[in-house]
Design a protein around this ligand. Structure first.
Ligand code: ADQ
Length: 480
């Protein structure tokens, strides 16, 4: 069996039992343990001096290979082009796109440099699976070094409509680089369509699309590849067990005691401007404004740990949210009731799952999101006999599958307030019916199935294509 090589910007921190984070990291780690292989990426360290050295750590059949980044590389590749250019553009925030040609050069340089570290570690029949927007030029860099292995790419965030992508000056270089992969995976059919649209209308390429049962065949920039939608999943039954076990824990008991039988609306997100938090707060305010019966009868808990806190746009969203929650609480709070509890920290998965299970509404309203695993985790954590209601943005990838949620437009404050009111008052029979529909969907496409579908299609391509030239010659070239 071929070894699997996972390449991602960050490598999941590993403890005795496997990766500390859940979901994707566990799903990918399971596959690595089965085939043996390697997880390669940035260690998360930023070095102020000295040459970054690659660190290899073995855990059974899996090798973790990580490398630090020099300060300039971190600034140009990570903070700069990845997170100040690609992230806003791919989330349809052309207004926030910052572009600096030197950062794009840094982005390409770091991709080539990382690829150069991987090449000597590769074997001829390794299958390479690259993850996310930080690493779009990675296959091109490996190909330039002579690597002939199968290389797949999965984009975790949305792929924007062509007209939005055109706002990124080197859009053509990016799409050309994507075409150096053998297989591209997107979260949803609309993302795949947006990519194919660019290929046909902006790159004069050809797309031989199917009914969605097989990957589309694409020819562009003198290259041939395939592309399909592979919606990422969770392990719903494992989350349900975590939620049940966590319900007896102290954090949940404390939360229940302070709620005093009020209904609970719950949101959990990384603190990011793509998550629609300001609009969400305002819709909750609108509900209290329009329907006084809900005052002092419902509490909204927003958990949002800060991320990318050294970037201006993230400092800005934090200030706006602090101002909004303060204003709304100032307006409606009573001696014994704080309408919005806004908490800036990370919690263990078990605590989050248990809180989801206690809450009457999962309020998940990003302005754009590749998938949004919180929506899937919320549904998974529910008590089947007395489930809560998911209020979900139409612009989260998850809305393509979780059609039994209350689907909202996240900029329609009145529409969201209506949905919150409907969710809080929904009869048990309807809640159960909606839950059954969604949990069946989540079981049909859990994270193992997602991973196996992608790897099956990536490997299937291998049988069609002889690999005459092997990686070894290339390895020598790059190491020299
Ligand atoms: P994210 O933008 O990070 O992921 P999401 O899919 O919601 O968004 O995943 C976040 C994960 O972090 C979830 O598993 C969640 O439980 C966890 N998390 C969030 N807040 C937390 C907190 N306070 N404490 C502990 N854990 C917390 C990107 C894309 C998404 C895509 C995923 C996976 O932006 O669209 O769904 O990758 O492909």
């Amino acid at each position: 069996m071929s070894r699997l090589i996972i390449v991602s910007n960050r490598v999941a921190p590993i403890s005795e039992g496997g990766p500390a984070a859940g979901g994707l990291a566990v799903g990918v780690y399971d596959a690595l343990k089965e085939t043996g292989g390697m997880w390669f990426g940035w260690s998360g360290e930023v070095l102020s001096s000295g040459q970054p050295q690659i660190q290899l750590v073995e855990h059974g059949p899996v090798t973790f290979a990580t490398v630090g980044l020099a300060r300039r590389d971190y600034d140009q590749y990570y903070r700069g082009f990845s997170n100040a250019t690609l992230w806003p553009a791919f989330h349809y925030r052309a207004d926030l796109v910052h572009y600096d040609r030197h950062e794009f050069e840094g982005y390409r340089r770091v991709n080539a440099w990382l690829a150069g570290h991987l090449v000597p570690l590769l074997r001829d029949d390794d299958v390479i699976w690259v993850h996310d927007y930080h690493l779009i030029p990675f296959a091109e860099a490996l190909r330039e070094a002579g690597v002939k292995n199968r290389i797949g790419f999965f984009l975790h965030i949305p792929f924007p409509a062509a007209q939005v992508l055109l706002s990124v000056p080197p859009h053509r270089d990016l799409v050309k680089a994507l075409c150096a992969f053998d297989l591209l995976g997107f979260q949803t059919r609309p993302d795949l369509r947006a990519f194919c649209d660019y290929i046909v209308h902006e790159a004069a390429g050809q797309v031989d699309d199917t009914d969605g049962t097989q990957p589309a065949s694409i020819r562009a920039f003198g290259r041939s590849l395939r592309a399909a939608a592979y919606p990422i999943g969770v392990y719903p039954d494992e989350i349900a067990q975590l939620a049940k076990a966590g319900s007896r824990g102290k954090p949940v008991r404390t939360m229940k005691a302070t709620l005093h039988d009020r209904q609970l609306i719950m949101s959990v997100d990384r603190l990011d401007y793509s998550k629609g938090l300001v609009e969400r707060f305002r819709a909750f305010e609108r509900l209290l404004d329009r329907s006084p019966a809900f005052r002092n009868r419902v509490s909204f808990v927003q958990i949002a740990p800060p991320t990318r806190a050294d970037m201006h746009a993230y400092q800005d969203i934090r200030l706006r949210l602090e101002a909004e929650s303060g204003r709304i609480n100032g307006r409606f709070a009573e001696f014994d009731w704080t309408p919005i509890r806004y908490i800036h920290r990370q919690y263990e998965r078990q605590v989050l799952a248990a809180l989801f299970r206690q809450s009457h509404v999962g309020y998940v309203t990003p302005l754009r999101d590749g998938m949004n695993l919180v929506a899937k985790e919320y549904v998974s954590a529910q008590d089947p006999d007395d489930p809560g209601v998911l209020v979900l943005s139409q612009f989260a990838g998850a809305a393509q599958e979780l059609t039994a949620a209350l689907i909202v437009n996240p900029i329609d404050v009145d529409g969201m307030a209506d949905a919150l009111g409907e969710a809080l008052a929904m009869p048990l029979a309807e809640r159960r019916a909606r839950y059954r529909d969604m949990i069946a969907q989540l079981r049909d496409n859990n994270v193992s199935i997602w991973r196996d579908n992608f790897l099956r299609d990536l490997n299937r391509g291998a049988a069609d294509k002889p690999r005459a030239v092997r990686a070894r010659a290339a390895r020598k070239a790059v190491v020299a």
